[in-house]
Design a protein around this ligand. Structure first.
Ligand code: SF4
Length: 380
């Protein structure tokens, strides 16, 4: 583990230690691509974006702006991680993470994604194979932070980095923490390399780090205690089974909130659940059946399965659908979560990155020519 002191006041040996995290060829590659660019790093507060900070630091590169989007549904551990990383960044003398939130009108009956779903009696759009939950609650507010907003509840002037880019005819490059796992590779290949406002780069893929490499780099550079939990809304439809067990063990109150949201969405006025197709009501199936018949219809937060049914069948909840909180139950939940977790691989993970661009035709992801200024820590 290396002391995370800033390059400015750290001894040369300290810098050498940092450089061992990233071999010389990878360092050269990152610097060739990023040196001189105006850089906004989208921090998702998970393993990948934390490793992205480590990789940049090891390469002697410092982003101009770091943003994190809080949907209001982040787990407490994730918010705590943002705080701890900010303490680290202060010691590095880097820009601190700016937390971006979507701001709603006073007349809007919700202020976060959970409230949005609750008010509309629906699930996050990912449950229906769409991405508007992340576009609306993550991407848009980070873009607004940079570009500014002329009017409305989120009104704010453009960020100095945006003004600088506009004045100099330059483009800001957004760094996204996609790693070399299957899902992230697939996502980056179907994602545009640029849009009207920003270029997008995936530095972890440039240096060939997969999720295991990211975990190793964080542990080596910052200590194992700085490897974060998976960052996502506690009611994210992309949650894997082990994450549900983990949530039951650590945050039974949040799991109950998610179960209530699912119940409201599947039994409420906008429910697409068809009793005729299934031969029984959603609630009856959740209470009595072991599973839903095979279907392409979204039947719950798990898309093909309902979290409520999963919780009942697995003894996670009692007959009132309250999550069991006794010590023995929590120990069991934890043990199952640990046994099921797959070492952090994200091969099947389809949830959003912090501020990934919209998908579209690939514009090619060759390193962009380095045409502008640098923030070069090696030169400090
Ligand atoms: S974490 Fe999941 S629910 Fe939350 S915004 Fe992203 S895709 Fe939607």
């Amino acid at each position: 583990m290396f002391e995370a002191t800033s390059a400015e006041d750290s001894p040369a040996a300290q810098d050498d230690a940092w450089r061992t995290i990233l071999p010389a060829d990878q360092t050269r590659h990152l610097r060739a691509v990023l040196l001189g660019r105006l850089v906004a790093l989208c921090f998702g507060a998970g393993v990948d974006s934390t490793a992205l900070l480590v990789a940049l630091r090891a390469a002697g590169l410092r982003p101009d702006v770091i943003t994190f989007a809080d949907t209001g549904g982040e787990k407490p551990e994730t918010l705590n991680h943002v705080q701890r990383i900010n303490e680290l960044l202060a010691r590095w003398r880097w820009p601190l993470i700016h937390t971006c939130r979507k701001l709603t009108l006073p007349s809007t009956p919700y202020a976060d994604l959970y409230g949005n779903c609750w008010a509309n009696e629906t699930l996050p759009s990912l449950a229906f194979g769409l991405k508007s939950c992340s576009i609306k609650w993550k991407t848009a507010c980070q873009d607004q932070f940079l570009k500014g907003v002329a009017r409305g509840p989120a009104a704010r002037p453009p960020h100095a980095l945006w003004l600088r880019a506009q004045a100099g005819g330059e483009r800001i490059v957004k760094l996204i923490g996609y790693d070399c796992g299957k899902a992230d590779m697939r996502r980056s290949q179907t994602t545009r390399g640029a849009d009207a406002d920003f270029d997008y780069l995936y530095p972890l893929q440039l240096i060939g780090w997969d999720r295991a490499d990211c975990v190793r780099a964080i542990a080596l550079a910052l200590g194992a205690h700085m490897v974060p939990v998976k960052s996502a809304c506690f009611f994210c439809p992309a949650s894997k089974a082990w994450e549900l067990w983990w949530l039951a063990a650590h945050h039974p109150d949040l799991l109950e909130q998610a179960l209530r949201l699912e119940y409201r969405a599947l039994t409420g006025r906008h429910s697409r659940f068809d009793e005729v197709e299934f031969g029984a009501s959603w609630e009856a199936l959740v209470r009595t059946a072991d599973r839903f018949p095979s279907t392409t219809t979204t039947v719950g937060l798990g898309r093909s399965f309902a979290w409520n049914q999963w919780a009942r069948v697995n003894g996670v909840t009692d007959e009132l659908f309250q999550v069991r909180r006794d010590a023995a139950s929590r120990a069991r939940f934890l043990a199952v979560a640990e046994a099921m977790r797959d070492g952090g691989d994200n091969a099947l993970d389809v949830r959003c990155a912090s501020a990934a661009p919209d998908t579209g035709a690939s514009l090619g992801r060759e390193p962009v020519a380095c045409d502008v200024r640098a923030v070069d820590l090696f030169a400090d």
